[in-house]
Design a protein around this ligand. Structure first.
Ligand SMILES: NC(=O)c1ccc[n+]([C@@H]2O[C@H](COP(=O)([O-])OP(=O)(O)OC[C@H]3O[C@@H](n4cnc5c(N)ncnc54)[C@H](OP(=O)(O)O)[C@@H]3O)[C@@H](O)[C@H]2O)c1
Length: 302
């Protein structure tokens, strides 16, 4: 297959791009940073996202498109950062759909990222793909992001939207930031520790994206989370045990709010999300339980 990926230079996309090449498919990296794309994927076709003609030619030749592009949400949420979080996703997706609309022959499938922030947060509710959109900035971003991707359904394409949970692996994402703190013995529960932490190992997320590309019957929303979400307290215990470190220094909610402003809600509030549709569709997780995932990530670190 010929597969175009936006965001292939990122934490999830880099692993996806490698998996695409490993299975013998052709990778098209659509990026704002051509030299970075070429350095990361010397055997891929790297296309400048700002060059309309090249983007159209590349998309017209592809069998699938994956859209993972979006500015990181981990910086403190100033007004400007919030605008960038929003526009980097919604404007990019609309631009992509616009390119697709103008093609005579278009790829049959678009797999578009979304996030479990769609559901809002709750200590008690359990969310699956049929749950309604929640309230708050991230829920609104995800709602508009998914609606923008749905533009491709109106073009007759199969659209799969993956509401991604907290992606775990070394070298990036949430765990990439937390691990060094825990290794120093400075980790601990965040806020009350009762908030839900719906995670997925990066390898399983990449497998789910490929499953969505390949399965001609797969469309609509899939939750990209492992079947066994945990609370922040459970997560902290498993990580400390694996690293053989104490995790007794709680991170107070107030400190996070001072550091991250409204963005602290991502760490202090969570949601319990179940991947009902992937399981129903026959997707099998290689790493369904957190201790396994943490063991994989921490291999060779003690
Ligand atoms: N990691 C997680 O735990 C997680 C959880 C839920 C949802 N997601 C979603 O999954 C997607 C990929 O996540 P990731 O962790 O791989 O993200 P990442 O490492 O931050 O990479 C995202 C990619 O988006 C592009 N990008 C960055 N800023 C942009 C901007 N201002 N405008 C347009 N494009 C921009 C970049 O590609 P180029 O520089 O090559 O253009 C970058 O490589 C994101 O949309 C994210 O919201 C991730």
């Amino acid at each position: 297959m010929r597969i175009a990926v936006l965001g292939a230079t990122g934490f999830i996309g880099s692993r996806l791009g490698q998996a695409i090449l490993d299975r013998g498919d052709q990778l098209f990296v659509l990026t704002r940073n051509v030299s970075k794309g070429q350095a990361m994927f010397p055997t891929a076709a790297v296309v400048d996202w700002g060059d309309d003609r090249s983007v159209s030619t590349a998309l017209a030749s592809c069998d699938a498109v994956v859209n993972l592009a979006g500015r990181s949400i981990t910086d403190p949420w100033t007004k400007k950062v919030k605008e960038e979080i929003y526009h980097s996703r919604i404007d990019t997706t609309k631009r992509l759909v616009n390119f697709l609309a103008n093609l005579e022959k278009r790829p049959p499938v678009l797999v578009n990222a979304s996030a479990i922030g769609y559901y809002g947060s709750s200590l008690t509710a359990q969310f699956d793909e049929s749950s309604p959109k929640g309230k708050g900035f991230l829920a609104d971003v995800c709602g508009d992001w998914e609606a923008s991707a749905d533009g491709a359904s109106q073009l007759g394409m199969r659209v799969v939207k993956i509401r991604i949970g907290i992606v775990l692996d070394r070298g990036g994402g949430a765990l990439g930031r937390i691990l060094p703190i825990f290794q120093l013995g400075l980790g601990g529960v965040i806020g009350s520790g009762d908030q839900w932490f719906s995670w997925i190992h990066r390898e399983d997320l990449v497998r789910l994206i490929l499953f969505a590309i390949d399965g001609s019957e797969v469309k609509g929303v899939l939750n990209g989370t492992a079947p066994q979400p945990v609370t922040n307290r459970e997560f902290t215990e498993v990580l400390a045990q694996q690293l053989k470190r104490l995790a007794i220094l709680p991170v107070p909610a107030l400190a996070l709010k001072l550091a991250f402003g409204e963005g602290a809600s991502v760490l202090l509030e969570g949601q319990k999300v179940i991947p009902r549709r992937p399981v129903e569709l026959g997707f099998s997780f290689l790493t369904p339980e957190l201790p396994q995932a943490i063991t994989k990530v921490c291999q060779g670190m003690n």
